[in-house]
Design a protein around this ligand. Structure first.
Ligand SMILES: C[S@@+](CC[C@H](N)C(=O)[O-])C[C@H]1O[C@@H](n2cnc3c(N)ncnc32)[C@H](O)[C@@H]1O
Length: 314
């Protein structure tokens, strides 16, 4: 790619970064963590490193709930290309706003030091830098919840973490975002008041924070029982489809996983919400798998199998 193309490409990616998370999506996800542990944030430091304190709903959520959550400190910092970044630093003693030394890039020594003094990193990072962001989270060994696209599951700094059950998907999925000033005007957008929203599919929270339903084991039926009783039309009465080019069965919903099957199964990405490494092994990802009965499995499937002794003992 020539220099101009590279610049254009980067500009296009950067435009895709200007989507802002809705407060209700942040509240929905955070309340799932708090349901599991109401004292999760008590006495803790939260960093929102891609968040303009003036308008980020992440900042708003933690400022508004600072006392209820019992936070000890909130830092919200934002990047400004070619200029000094901006921050808000709030403690129970009061809050301070000001300019950072550098541009506020999350990878800068300054923001990295903030990461190192934080207990939690919570944000929606730039989509175009999600790879680097995941790497940065790993290097910081920090607790986090961050918004990201489904394609990130295959990244080399993400997949092994999911596979090992160290990271998983959050409880909810944000579906629409506020479009920033010069963000792209295309796709499934709709206006309300003076704001423009964009709908996205396949956006998740990536996290290492526990939430209530994760603690519950999947209640699974055998192959036979699924064929007779599954509430999924793709399985009930017809059994499981297979892939034309890969030796595995297609399981369209995690609740239709046959408890007594020892081979490889393709399951939806959202299975990662309930993945327990002691029960299942994740062997890979299958993108756009061709189905033997015709058509393709949607987007991507995780390939999993029961660990020996992990099946429901049938
Ligand atoms: C997807 S937006 C989300 C903003 C905000 N967290 C929210 O959810 O409303 C990502 C933000 O990261 C900012 N950003 C871009 N590059 C960055 C960098 N290197 N370091 C920190 N933030 C960056 C973008 O300007 C953009 O505002």
């Amino acid at each position: 790619m020539g220099a101009n193309n590279t610049n254009l490409h980067e500009a296009r990616l950067a435009k895709n970064d200007e989507f802002y998370t809705l407060l209700r999506d942040i509240e929905a996800e955070m309340s799932r963590y708090l349901e599991h542990d109401p004292d999760l944030f008590r006495g803790k430091v939260v960093l929102c490193p891609c968040d303009d304190p003036g308008w980020s709903n992440f900042t708003k959520f933690f400022v508004d709930n600072f006392e209820v959550l019992g936070l000890s400190r909130l830092v919200s910092s934002c990047y400004r290309a070619g200029a000094r970044g901006f921050f808000l630093d709030m403690t129970s003693a009061g809050s301070e706003e000001g300019f950072l030394q550098g541009d506020g890039d999350f990878r800068s020594p300054e923001v990295t030091a903030l990461r190192d003094s934080a207990d939690f990193v919570i944000t929606n990072p730039p989509f175009s830098l999600f790879r680097e962001f995941a790497q940065w989270l790993r290097a910081g060994d920090v607790r986090f919840s961050v918004v990201g696209g489904a394609n990130a599951i295959t990244y080399k700094d993400v997949f092994p973490q999911l596979q090992a059950g160290r990271w998983w998907l959050g409880a909810e999925s944000p579906s629409s975002f506020i479009v920033g000033g010069d963000g792209p005007q295309r796709g499934a957008q709709f206006g309300r008041g003076d704001r423009l929203f964009q709908k996205f599919g396949n956006i998740y929270w990536y996290t290492n924070l526990e939430y209530s339903s994760r603690a519950e084991p999947l209640d699974l039926m055998t192959w036979e029982e699924n064929v007779r009783f599954s509430r999924r039309a793709q399985v009930r009465g017809v059994g499981y489809d297979t892939y034309a080019d890969y030796d595995a069965i297609e399981v369209p919903y995690a609740d239709a996983i046959p408890a007594d099957y020892s081979g490889v199964m393709g399951v939806p990405i959202s299975f990662l919400r309930r993945h327990r490494p002691e029960q299942f092994e994740i062997v890979g990802v299958l993108k756009g798998g061709r189905l033997s009965r015709g058509g393709r499995a949607p987007f991507a499937r995780l390939l999993i199998r029961f660990r020996q002794g992990g099946a429901a003992g049938v």
